[in-house]
Design a protein around this ligand. Structure first.
Ligand code: NAD
Ligand code: ZN
Length: 348
């Protein structure tokens, strides 16, 4: 079957004709992939940066945001059947530890990630544990269902504290930041403010209805945010860039008592003025990883059903799977929202 993989420990990805799965094992389902989203994580693996070169063991089929139809079910799987449309949670957790057993499986230390630690979904077929499969509502089109995962990251971050009636600052309008704009608006935020240096993504943020979109490098960024929030600063910050400067500026402008939700992953250690911008402000920092299983998935499903136009605005590019290199070029240049790969032409 056709698959996109990290074949060797070096920059780039390649495609190859690889062996199809032998079939799902007990408790697993085999999915014929129709569409898959290209994630920042895939881009890290493409670049072969420090994190990915430590973590990924080539050869590895990549990709973890996807939708498809169940082709075969393994022994003991009764609640899914062939033909059913599913996406999947990419974090495969142990199911036995204290975190898994107390509703916090997204924090399981034994997590293995589809397309990072185990065979991924940029292929005609992928096998996943049935417990990870998510039955997709008939009214959600494939192109939206393919991105349950990153939309779920945004949903998880944006639902840590209630946004209704609050001024929200989102730093970084990459795909997850863009989803967060739609979610913040649909959850009744008072003002949604965004900092984003890429003009392409700043335009998308405006189109999605952000009340203020500013370039973080501009001299009056802070003044503009303060002026929009009656001089108080935002009560909620969603940090979605992974940029240390973005976090420092956000903490400086945030209101006293702010909740600062950290989703973006900095590449190295970050220095903060803890005394002035966290402690004396009485600010609360929240680290966020993955998606709640499966509360976040229900929330995302509802969001997608109610906001198809938001989804379509963020999904800027749809490419045939074999044109994946073009997708990575777009991401490298920052000239895209979400890039989707279409595997339907590839399906057996
Ligand atoms: P992305 O790279 O598409 O988006 C990041 C955006 O931040 C880009 O548009 C970039 O232009 C912008 N940016 C850069 N410097 C900035 C600055 N100083 N101020 C404001 N914006 C700035 O990434 P994404 O896929 O949207 O993911 C967002 C972040 O979340 C990444 O750091 C990613 O690694 C991380 N992530 C975390 C989790 C998690 O579970 N915590 C899951 C997925 C991704
Ligand atoms: Zn566990």
């Amino acid at each position: 079957m056709f698959a996109i993989l990290k074949a060797r420990p070096e920059q780039g990805l390649s495609h190859a004709d690889v062996e199809s799965p032998k079939g799902p094992g007990p408790g697993e389902v085999e999915v014929a992939v129709s569409m898959a989203g290209v994630c920042g994580t895939d881009f890290h693996i493409w670049k072969w940066d420090e994190w990915s070169s430590r973590r990924v063991k080539p050869p590895m089929v990549v990709g973890h945001e996807f939708v498809g139809r169940i082709a075969r079910v393994g022994e003991g799987v009764h609640h899914f059947s062939p033909g059913q449309r599913v996406s999947a949670e990419c974090h495969v957790t142990c199911g036995h530890c204290r975190l898994c057993r107390t509703g916090r499986a997204h924090l399981c230390r034994e997590t293995s990630i589809i397309g990072v630690d185990r065979t991924g979904a940029f292929a005609e077929r992928v096998v996943v544990p049935a417990g990870n499969a998510w039955a997709v509502d008939d009214a959600i089109p494939d192109r939206h269902a393919a991105v349950f995962d990153p939309c779920g990251n945004a949903m998880h971050a944006a639902t840590i504290v209630p946004l209704a009636g609050r001024d929200v600052l989102i730093t970084g309008a990459g795909t997850i930041g863009l989803f967060s704009i739609g979610i913040a608006r649909s959850h009744g935020a008072r003002r949604v403010m965004v900092t984003e240096p890429s003009p392409y993504r700043a335009r998308l943020a405006r189109e999605l209805g952000a009340d203020l979109v500013v370039d973080p490098r501009a001299a009056d960024t802070r003044a503009q945010i303060l002026s929009m929030t009656d001089g108080q600063g935002p009560e909620i910050v969603l940090e979605m860039s992974g940029n240390a400067g973005a976090l420092r500026s956000a903490l400086e402008v945030a209101s006293n008592g702010a909740h600062v939700v950290l989703l973006g992953l900095p590449g190295s250690d970050v220095t903060l003025d803890l005394a002035e911008t966290v402690i004396m402000k009485g600010a609360t920092l929240h680290g966020v990883t993955g998606r709640r299983m499966f509360g976040t998935w229900y929330d995302v499903s509802a969001f997608m059903l109610r906001n198809p136009e938001v989804m379509d605005r963020i999904l800027t590019h749809r490419l045939a799977a074999q044109d994946y290199a073009e997708g990575f070029d777009l991401i490298a240049a920052g000239n895209c929202g979400k890039v989707i790969l279409d595997f339907t032409g590839k399906a057996a």
